[in-house]
Design a protein around this ligand. Structure first.
Ligand code: ADP
Length: 598
């Protein structure tokens, strides 16, 4: 080999090393393709060049980068020769070199060779792991012998490296796109979950699920329903399930109906879903064949699976030969999994609601049934006490007193339970009106005065003169004040002191009931306001009570837009404070009205 040749070879290798080391630095497919194209021109010194990749979706080769060629030229018939060369390189999997195409038997017959005076041509397939991705092509129109065998070797070597870089970028883009799709889907499901979890109403959960399924598959309509037990009508065995049936409850689409529709389990599509435990896609369904009675080009039936069992079904329909693809099916299946959880929660909630209603109905019934005999017991006790049934011995009087005390205890329990029942079931009515708090506090104080003086306690009322009317239900507020004052009375030893204060503060009136009684330990303070809680303290337990008063008080105050708080120190006493809104002054209303209008 002469020196010149060696130098040329060295220069080629250096150039190859140079461009190859640049490859793989980017994972952006467009960037990689441009880089490859530039490197090829640089390496071969070609006049023009292009790179084609096989597009699997379109099933043909596509130009992805070009130098000194425009797209039209490549697409046009004029470059038939280039296409022939590329196709041959791809077919044989080998590089092609023609140093003078005009005289090359393989190509000289081509019109374009003559027309465009193509002389020097090189082409190398882009191959990776036995697969051909496409090819790179370079040419020189004017000069023959521009490319030599060594140039082709260089191009083929580089093409092999370029193919790896292209494949990597392609895979990366695919993974990147798949990842982006997954992230998008996850954030969508997060939105769906949020909506589903916000609702505990079964029908709404079903509606939401169906709406999402339709929106994301572009279906024309659909339905959703749950499997139910069919109960026996045989009264001997009440509620005995004798089979199951699908009850479609929510429908969408042109022929959507609002009534539930019952579908037997031997319906062919339903049967297949149950049997195979997977989604079923049926084409060209007639009204009779359709699960929900809507004829469709395609009907998809997706099972809703709960704890391994099919508990419901989503159907989706398309018209006018619109397909539902595999991705759509997978999506609806994932949606169905979400819906299953929300449906379960909604059903549990329904069960709790109905258990609550049963409890509430039971309490109402018991309260009513107890009140009637108690009224009669109280009536007869009063008659006997008044001596209408003959004179009573001291012991008899004492016994009657015990009966009366216990009746009072029972009747306060019944009225507390009824109150809680009414509040919990939302049936407690509040007759909100402006009223003078001073009068209510004074009335309550009067009604408790005897009990307070029985324990030789001092009562102070400190109501601010400037206290404007409040806006609440006066009877309920009297009940709140009475409860708190009665606690102060019960849980303060004889000779103690009770102070009731009321003062305006901002838009509210504050009312506090302070005592210097037994106080509440820090541990007990955490449990205060919970139903049936009473401190273990002997001083507390020897007083009558059920531990329901404070929980009622809090609910009543809060239902009237107020708040309640307390401060207490064991052995020193407690202060309970609650707020209620002040009634809006007429003048203030006017100011507000005029400011809204301006
Ligand atoms: P009851 O008075 O029927 O027990 P409440 O719900 O009114 O029911 O009160 C619950 C418990 O809170 C009482 O049993 C007592 O332990 C404690 N408590 C309430 N008010 C006071 C108070 N003013 N001083 C000390 N303890 C109190």
């Amino acid at each position: 080999m002469n020196n010149q040749l060696i130098e040329r070879q060295e220069a080629r290798l250096a150039a190859l090393y140079d461009v190859s080391s640049q490859l793989g630095k980017s994972l952006d497919l467009g960037e990689v393709l441009n880089q490859v194209m530039d490197s090829i021109i640089q390496l071969t010194g070609a006049e023009r060049g292009f790179l084609m990749l096989y597009d699997a979706e379109q099933g043909r080769l596509q130009t992805r980068a070009a130098r000194n060629f425009d797209q039209e030229t490549i697409e046009a018939d004029a470059s038939n020769i280039s296409k022939t060369v590329v196709e041959r390189a791809i077919q044989t999997g080998e590089g092609i070199l023609s140093s003078n195409a005009q005289e090359d038997d393989r190509f000289s017959g081509q019109e374009s060779v003559v027309g465009y005076q193509l002389r020097s041509i090189m082409c190398a397939p882009l191959q990776v792991r036995g697969q051909t991705l496409g090819a790179v092509y370079v040419d020189n129109r004017l000069f023959s012998g521009v490319f030599e065998k060594d140039d082709l070797g260089l191009l083929v070597t580089f093409a092999n490296q370029a193919a790896i870089a292209i494949e990597n970028a392609r895979l990366f883009t695919q993974t990147d796109q798949a990842l982006a799709r997954r992230v998008e889907e996850l954030s969508l499901f997060q939105r769906i979950d949020q909506q589903l979890n916000r609702s505990l109403e079964l029908n709404q959960v079903l509606s939401l699920s169906l709406n999402w399924a339709i929106a994301l598959t572009n279906a024309a309509g659909g339905s959703i329903g749950l499997f139910e037990d069919v109960l026996s009508e045989d009264t001997g065995l009440l509620n005995r399930p004798i089979g199951r049936i699908l009850r479609l409850m929510v429908f969408r689409g042109e022929e959507a109906h609002s009534e539930s529709r019952y579908v037997e389990l031997d319906h062919p599509i339903v049967h297949q879903v149950m049997q195979d435990n997977r989604s079923v896609l049926t084409r060209n369904v007639t009204e009779e064949e359709s699960v929900d009675g809507t004829p469709a080009s395609v009907q998809l039936a997706v099972p809703i699976v709960q704890d391994g069992e099919i508990s419901g079904l989503i159907t989706l329909e398309t018209q006018h030969n619109i397909e539902i693809n595999r991705e759509d099916i997978a999506f609806v299946e994932r949606l169905a999994d979400r819906a299953a959880v929300a449906i379960k929660n909604a059903k549990l909630y329904e069960a709790i609601q109905s258990a609550n209603k049963a409890k509430s109905d039971f309490i109402s019934l018991v309260a009513h049934e107890l009140r009637v005999p108690m009224t009669s017991i109280k009536g007869y006790t009063d008659l006997m006490n008044a001596g209408l049934a003959g004179p009573l011995s001291d012991q008899q009087k004492q016994f009657l007193e015990v009966i009366r005390r216990n009746l009072t205890r029972m009747s306060s329990l019944i009225s507390d339970l009824s109150d809680i029942n009414h509040i919990e079931s939302g049936r407690m009515k509040f007759d909100l009106k402006p009223f003078d708090l001073r009068e209510v506090v004074a009335d309550v104080a009067d009604s408790l005065r005897e009990r307070i003086s029985n324990r030789e306690q001092m009562l102070h009322l400190e109501i601010e003169d400037a206290l404007p009317p409040v806006y609440a239900d006066s009877t309920r507020i009297a009940q709140v004040v009475s409860n708190l004052m009665s606690n102060a009375n019960k849980y303060t030893p004889e000779g103690g002191e009770i102070v009731v204060r009321a003062w305006p503060n901002g838009r509210s009136a504050h009312v506090s009931i302070q005592d210097n009684g037994v106080g509440i330990s820090e541990e007990d303070q955490q449990k205060l306001f919970t139903q049936f809680f009473r401190a273990e303290d002997k001083a507390v337990r020897e007083q009558p009570g059920w531990g329901l008063g404070l929980s009622i008080v809090r609910r009543m105050v809060e239902a009237q837009d107020g708040e309640i708080s307390f401060e207490s120190k064991i052995g020193e006493g407690s202060t309970f404070t609650f707020t209620i809104p002040l009634a809006k002054m007429e003048g203030a209303d006017k100011v507000n009205d005029s400011s809204e209008q301006s």
